[in-house]
Design a protein around this ligand. Structure first.
Ligand SMILES: [Mg+2]
Length: 349
């Protein structure tokens, strides 16, 4: 997830993915009841009823890393803290049910701010039909929200990151780059923005950043259409698709001209010096889905998504054998390596 401004004083010398790989080695082995452990959007464990599995995920929002309390409205922050977790349950084709929130509060936080925060949390729980059933409160140096969401999925129906096969098509829901465009707006002095902040497209970019949408029904539809692998786009297509390919042991060819760049980001490029394609590939926080589908599943998935949700599905490339690499295809047909670059929680950017 994108930082809100503050950076690490001394950036650690490891990436988030390297740290997760090391943790996976420490935790490896057989664990009773665990269907899928560390390393995907969410874990899968056996449920109390046969035929059902639980989907478990947790995500933390840290002041100074993920948000700036001086800028974000507490209602938006609470809403987003729930949605980003719901999105990870959705990415497994699961249905979110319950949430827990552990909240660290720094000394200067007013009760009214906390009530607004819970107002946003409540709104997101209502929107996605889940119940907040508990949590914890603590004092801390900075504000920290740690949310856990529990969902359900029929046994064998979850879609992990690891099932992509050479020949599958790579598809993306919606449009990309809008949240990163919104972040760029919040980081630019208003005097340099002209009337962008008052425009419809400017407001839409800020809304994409503050009020992400989790693609719950869309993910279920993609699963029904035969998705072989799926994940949500929290850190940008270039980095997240690379993670999916690594878990599946495959490579990818992505046609840059087909990447669905949000139209508002192209308008932003008329005001600020930003590269719309770069924001779409590496901006992060869009919470759209990337999935792989057998060729014969793409048309059905596209028409079902359009009919049920009015959401576009775009084919952006194909899965290839791992030896063929991770490749971006330019408009003129020439190729370059697709750099797996996006927001890394520990990297230097
Ligand atoms: Mg995810």
């Amino acid at each position: 997830m994108e930082p809100a401004g503050a950076s690490h004083p001394t950036p650690p010398s490891f990436t988030e993915d390297e740290l997760i790989a090391a943790i996976r080695r420490v935790l490896s082995g057989d664990h009773p009841g665990v269907v899928l452990g560390v390393g995907d959007d969410a874990a899968l464990v056996e449920g109390s009823r046969p035929g059902a599995e639980l989907v478990l995920t947790t995500d933390m929002l840290v002041e100074g890393v993920h948000f700036d309390r001086a800028v974000v409205a507490p209602r938006d922050l609470g809403y987003k803290a729930i949605v980003v977790n719901v999105s990870d349950v959705a990415a497994m084709a699961g249905s979110p049910r319950y949430a827990l929130l552990s909240l660290g509060l720094s000394p200067g936080v007013e009760p009214a701010w906390v009530m607004e925060l819970y107002g946003g949390i409540r709104a997101a729980c209502d929107e996605y039909a889940l119940s907040l059933v508990g949590g914890d409160l603590s004092r801390g140096r900075d504000v920290v929200l740690a949310v856990t969401v529990v969902g359900a999925v029929q046994s064998g129906r979850a879609v992990p990151r690891s099932g992509a096969r050479a020949g599958d098509r790579i598809v993306v829901t919606g449009a990309l780059g809008a949240a990163a465009g919104g972040l760029a707006l919040t980081r630019t002095p208003p005097a340099r923005l002209g009337d962008a902040l008052g425009s419809d497209w400017g407001r839409e970019l800020l809304r994409a950043l503050d009020r992400p949408v989790a693609r719950v029904g869309e993910a279920e539809t993609l699963a029904q259409a035969g998705a072989t692998a799926m994940m949500d786009l929290s850190d940008g297509l270039a980095l997240d698709l690379h993670r999916l390919c690594r878990e599946s042991g495959v490579g990818a060819r992505v046609r840059l001209a087909d990447v669905p760049v949000a139209p508002q980001v192209r308008l932003l490029a008329g005001v600020l010096d930003v590269d719309p394609l770069a924001l779409a590939l590496s901006g992060g926080e869009d919470y759209e889905l990337v999935a792989t589908l057998p060729l014969d599943g793409v048309a059905r998935a596209r028409s079902d998504l359009d009919e049920r949700f009015g959401v576009a599905l775009t084919e952006v490339g194909e899965v290839v054998e791992a030896e063929l690499g991770y490749v971006a295809v330019r408009d003129d047909g020439s190729e370059r390596e697709l750099e797996p670059r996006g927001w890394d929680h520990f990297g230097t950017g």
